[in-house]
Design a protein around this ligand. Structure first.
Ligand code: FAD
Length: 310
């Protein structure tokens, strides 16, 4: 018996369903809730608005799982254009970028990790040149070693390069301990992918407990923890741990996705917590959108209702 979540995550990798979903005009209205438009100009308008409200951003040019080198090069160029667009805004670290290495060719046979490193390096250089950083998103569990290897290479020249760790994976407590080093920036998330019991906790309670343990490791360490969650219990735990460790507000942050719990993002920012919104933009929104539907049954109901009410 497949869970609804597993079915939606499976559908996120099916090209024929991608055509069906993205070709339906009603989808657009629901997608707009989660995606800051298809163009760079649209994304920069959202950046100006959020930063004006005291919320930092990390921008994601949507795309993943490229199937040839030319597409991977286009991902690099899209990020270089994004950083060029951010330069005149002079936002420094208030506007970072997040990349998925699968958009940079990581999964291509015969040296995908090397290709991803070759193509993401100029993005890290362009980010450093305008006083900001890149965070490497984390994808399926099979990519963790490759992604952490690219991170280690990038951190030699760009020590502020960020990583993402998924609490759902059994290995993550060890990875968190290894990354709890000076200058390290780690976004801790629950994990958005469907992973088998051999590598990942399966129940919500186990994932939450693992998240709390990993958060403790990161908060006690000398790095900059980034709490990537909308879960109110985990965010208050993070606040308590930060207080307990005597952390200053600029030494850790809460990150949430664009369009999710936006009022809470503003409330936390007004309280003095550093809040960063993850802002995805671009035409290739299908995989990202399907993961958001998979996370919450109410999103799926809302989406289905919008289809029948057109
Ligand atoms: P949940 O228990 O799922 O949600 C808590 C509450 O948040 C819900 O009750 C609901 O009110 C709200 N909420 C959560 N999700 C949604 C939604 N989709 N729509 C509407 N409301 C919602 N995962 C990765 O695997 N790799 C990454 O690189 C990655 N980067 C991320 C970056 C950021 C900034 C964030 C916030 C998440 C990222 N994720 C990533 C996704 C993450 O793994 C979870 O799937 C997602 O955050 C949902 O878990 P939660 O911690 O918010 O808790």
């Amino acid at each position: 018996m497949f869970s609804q979540k597993a079915l939606l995550l499976g559908a996120s990798r099916r090209p024929e369903l991608r055509r069906l979903v993205t070709g339906t005009p009603a989808t657009r209205r629901v997608v707009d809730r989660f995606v800051a438009g298809e163009t760079l100009d649209g994304a920069l308008a959202v950046v100006r608005q959020l930063c004006g409200e005291g919320i930092a951003v990390t921008l994601d040019h949507l795309g993943e799982g490229v199937t040839d080198r030319a597409e991977a090069v286009r991902s690099r160029d899209a990020y270089l254009a994004l950083l060029e667009g951010l330069a005149p805004l002079r936002l420094g670290r208030a506007a970072e970028v997040s990349v998925k290495l699968s958009a940079f060719g990581q999964a291509l046979p015969g040296g995908g990790t090397d290709l991803a490193l070759e193509l993401v390096r100029p993005v890290a250089e362009a980010a450093s040149a305008i006083g900001t950083t890149v965070t490497l998103d984390m994808e399926e569990s099979a990519t963790v070693d490759s992604t952490l290897a690219v991170l280690a290479e990038l951190r030699r020249d760009h020590p502020g390069t960020g990583a993402v760790l998924q609490a759902a994976l059994h290995r993550t407590e060890d990875d968190a301990a290894a990354l709890a080093v000076p200058g390290s920036r780690v976004r801790l998330v629950k994990g958005a992918y469907d992973e088998p019991p051999s590598v990942a906790w399966q129940s919500r309670a186990d994932v939450d407990a693992a998240y709390a343990r990993c958060l403790g490791v990161l908060m006690r360490g000398p790095g900059h923890p980034m709490v990537g969650s909308h879960d109110p219990r985990l965010i208050s735990l993070a606040q308590r741990l930060a207080d307990h460790e005597g952390r200053t507000p600029d030494s850790w942050e809460v990150q949430m996705l664009y369009g999710i719990r936006a009022t809470e993002q503003r409330r936390l920012a007004a309280e003095g917590v550093c809040v960063r919104a993850y802002v995805p933009y671009g035409a290739d929104w299908y995989g990202y959108f399907m993961r958001r539907l998979a996370e919450r049954p109410a999103n799926l109901r809302f989406f289905l209702r919008s289809l029948v009410s057109t």
